[in-house]
Ligand binder design. Structure first.
Ligand code: C2E
Ligand code: CA
Ligand code: CA
Ligand code: CA
Length: 279
């Protein structure tokens, strides 16, 4: 038993080294990814569930690694948070999203609301509000068409500060949405203090909303809460007609998900908007 334990340990240590090495090389690669144009955005349409019209898009980050291929944001955002790279990456995301959405409008398509995901580290940066303002100015983007997505866990630290930052952004006309709603540890009382324009029901409650009564009641309760507070509510993770029907019937304003559209590369987003304009 002793020797097998040792073998296990050696195996484990070796495995760990391999993992650490891999992480370090990935970290090194990420530093270069920005400069090498390996990062790009995809856009997932969001629709008004009652009219079917496109109300906005959510910008989602992608990394096409030259050797490893596509790497999910779930696999590199937390690393970028740790080493601080999320700051330049986050600014790049904001600038790129605004420029591309504006580009569509220049081509004669309607101006869409664009939702950009923030990370905790960005929100905590001293000059974050100024960075956003400078980016909007440089891109020539109307802040009323920008939405910033924050999560409950991000806003629960340094509440006073976050209230100030979100308030300043909101003053500029930027909309704030609370992402992954229902999965964090927030006190509902905080909803009153933050200038939130939209609650985003987490996809984990949507996947079985048509079959699991617990998920159904949670989704219904979030919708009722948003309505009572007079803020908009959007559902993510709509994968089936049944999800869409449930949400529509229960008064959810907007939605996104694979059943409506996958996240699209810029050219496909443009093509989709053009096709929809034709009829
Ligand atoms: P999120 O903000 O909750 O984004 C929703 C995720 O669900 C996206 O994954 C999206 O592609 C996926 N999704 C959309 N519709 C469906 C559906 O019908 N079914 C299922 N199963 N999934 C669906 P993605 O693009 O892999 O992004 C994962 C997470 O990475 C995001 O979760 C967000 O937290 C983070 N992220 C993505 N882009 C950025 C960014 O630019 N900045 C920051 N800070 N985080 C980002
Ligand atoms: Ca999001
Ligand atoms: Ca989400
Ligand atoms: Ca507001």
């Amino acid at each position: 038993a002793k020797s097998s334990g040792r073998n296990n340990f050696q195996f484990y240590a070796k495995e760990m080294n391999a993992q650490t090495g891999e992480r370090l090389s990935l970290e090194r690669d990420l530093w270069q990814a920005l400069g090498n144009d390996e990062l790009f955005l995809v856009y997932q349409p969001q629709i008004n569930l009652h009219t079917g019209e496109i109300t906005g898009v959510e910008a989602l980050l992608r990394w096409k690694h030259p050797k490893r291929g596509m790497i999910s944001p779930l696999d590199f955002i937390s690393m970028a948070e740790c080493n601080g790279l999320i700051i330049p990456i986050g600014t790049w995301v904001l600038m790129t999203a605004c420029k591309q959405i504006l580009q569509l409008q220049r081509e004669g398509l309607p101006l869409l609301r664009v939702a950009v995901n923030l990370s905790a580290r960005q929100l905590g940066e001293k000059d974050f509000v100024q960075t956003v303002r400078d980016t909007m100015d440089a891109a020539g983007f109307d802040p009323r068409y920008l939405e910033l997505e924050v999560t409950e866990s991000m806003v629960m630290h340094n509440i006073e500060e976050v209230v100030g930052v979100l308030g300043a952004l909101n003053e500029m006309g930027i909309q704030i949405s609370l992402d992954d709603f229902g999965t964090g540890f927030s006190s509902l009382a905080y909803l009153k203090r933050f200038p939130i324009d939209r609650l985003k029901i987490d996809q984990s409650f949507i996947f079985n909303c048509d079959t699991d009564p617990d998920d159904a009641i949670i989704a219904q309760t979030i919708i009722a809460l948003a309505r009572g507070l007079k803020i908009k509510v959007i559902a993510e993770g709509i994968e089936k007609a049944e999800h869409l029907a449930f949400l529509k019937q229960n008064g959810c304003d907007e939605g996104q998900g694979y059943f409506i559209s996958c996240p699209l590369v810029f050219d496909d987003l443009r093509a989709m908007l053009i096709a929809r304009q034709k009829h």
